[in-house]
Design a protein around this ligand. Sequence first.
Ligand code: OSB
Ligand code: MG
Length: 366
Amino acid sequence: MKITGIELRRVAMPLVAPFQTSFTTQTERDVLLLRVVTPEAEGWSECVAMSDPLYSPEYVDAAADVLRRFLIPALPARPDAHTTHHALHPFKGHHMAKAALETAVLDAQLRTSGQPLAAFLGATADRVPAGVSVGIMPSIPHLLEAVTEYLHEGYRRIKLKIQPGWDLAPTRAIREHFGPDLLLQVDANAAYTLADAPHLAKLDDLDLLLIEQPLAHDDLVQHAQLAKKIATPICLDESIESAAHAAAAITLGSCSIINIKPGRVGGYLEARRIHDLARAHGLAVWCGGMLETGIGRAANLALAALPGFTLPGDTSASRRYYTTDLTPPFELHDGHLTVPTGPGIGIDPIPAILDEVTTSTEWIPL
Ligand code: OSB
Ligand code: MG
């Protein structure tokens, strides 16, 4: 596949409500989009890096820089997703930037051959149950109101963001209010240390599906120690940046569940490897999110339709994030999102909406 050039486009997407986590409060998503242009098709992707390096070391300006300076110039003459993956391998880190480039190449490749991403990945489902990630709220009544509304919309699983000072009480309040059948989990985004183990063990009687990334973003060893001290299953997010990390985590006993975010692990090929590895070892996986627009969400739904994705993910409807999405909106039907069936990621940005939110564009001819 010959590539004529690649467009880097920055868009500013206001969130419907502030999203507070243990590491920041987001009110707007600053997104880098890639458009790979070939004589046959255009491939789209969304880089999941955030504006500031608070979730991981990556950030949007760095992703754009490494793409234009190193990754795009390293593309083979006639790339496909696999040769792109290998060509980017020598560059250390920058998985979100690599994922964006590989995914846009893959989308162009699949649109050219007419194959949907879900079929390419080996998906078996045509719809995916939707969970929702609920930010830290000013008070427990605010939280109860937010969760009530999400359950009313049909969400199948609730994830509460927690941090020291906002953990046991809100989680217990939700469990008591909605009862034992609610699928409930928590995400600490690395806000605790191993010394907090006795405190985290107090979550044990709340029958949570999992606790996500309680300890440091780059830790595996202390998570394995924590797993021996608490009954709630540990799920890793930040700590798993590759299939090699997943293998190490499984060997060490650092987690029994993995949140797979294709951006964090360097793309959909690597995400599928983690899925395969986890499945072979009997670990559950689910598809995480980074407040994606419809571009990133479409691709995540294809991945989440693989058979090892046995827990509902953070693939929520467009309106949970944005009043106006970049694509035709993803909507909940009976608590599920439909996996796109068109070639590639199966969806296109709407040009007029895209232009309205674009803050800069850069064309890199090849
Ligand atoms: O830790 O899963 C996380 C959003 C931004 C950065 C990190 C995380 C999140 C979410 C939201 O939890 C998931 C989503 O709905 O996209
Ligand atoms: Mg997380």
